[in-house]
Design a protein around this ligand. Structure first.
Ligand code: URA
Length: 242
């Protein structure tokens, strides 16, 4: 048995607050009878209607998407730019992205219709690892990047300790490629962290979130997550890769 406003919200019709308003306005019926009572509980056998239309519980869905460059992580855009949802037109549920990647960042993005899952993943206490590969302007050294490991100040607040690995340095072109593993998801965090140690990011890709990688996917492709992957993400379960 679940509370009526929760059932309406989970059907993807309205937020819980809006659902409460709908109930007060007498727009919701249970088994053919208008119900204005707030705490009312219903089971899957009850027929709930909003404005005379029966509602169905939307199944929870989770997808792993390989975001291409030049796409915004949003459900809509007033300027008409391409959004990540344009790639999910064949899906029926009302999906939204979990966290965000910048317009020019490529890589791993999770989309779901499960608000509780998204909130848990975004909570600062939920330290799922996110691994990025960044192409940097300049020739890095382990010494110069060391502060990333301790935490650097961005927007007035210190970042949590991160791990980095220098993948390639080109002393002629004066460019470097560095892998960075962080457990937070602050705004433009990776770009700001490298900026803080003196190396502007030229290209950024998210390679991994927790146990998930982009293996088998090309730019613009997606696949559903398995139940096991979803529960591993919720546990904050991350392989210790290095
Ligand atoms: N950090 C950034 O700076 N940009 C992203 O897109 C993701 C993490």
């Amino acid at each position: 048995m679940e509370r009526l406003q929760k059932v309406i919200a989970e059907a993807g019709i309205a937020s819980r607050r809006k659902a409460e308003e709908m109930i007060k306005e007498g727009r919701v019926s249970i088994n053919g009878k208008i119900n204005r009572e707030m705490g009312q509980k219903v089971s899957s056998k009850d027929v709930v209607m909003v404005d005379g239309v029966p509602i169905y519980k939307e199944e929870k869905e989770y997808f792993l998407f390989f975001k291409p460059k030049g796409v915004i992580t949003s459900t809509s855009d007033e300027k008409g730019r391409r959004t990540v949802l344009d790639f999910f037109e064949g899906e029926r549920s009302r999906l939204f992205p979990v966290g965000r990647l910048d317009w020019d960042t490529t890589g791993l993005l999770i989309l779901t219709n499960d608000g509780d899952f998204a909130n848990k993943m975004a909570h600062p206490s939920h330290e799922v690892e996110k691994e990025y590969t960044a192409k940097l302007d300049g020739v890095v050294t382990p010494e110069a990047l060391k502060p990333l490991g301790w935490g650097v100040k961005i927007d007035g607040k210190k970042t949590k300790p991160a791990r980095f690995d220098i993948i390639n340095v080109d002393p002629v072109k004066k460019k470097s490629v560095v892998s960075l593993v962080i457990t937070e998801g602050r705004n433009h965090q990776v770009k700001k962290m490298f900026e803080a140690v003196g190396f502007p990011v030229e290209k950024l890709k998210r390679e991994r979130v927790g146990v998930l990688t982009l293996k088998g996917l090309r730019h613009g492709e997606y696949r559903p997550l398995s139940k096991k992957e979803v529960s591993q993400l919720l546990q904050g379960n991350t392989p210790k890769t290095r």
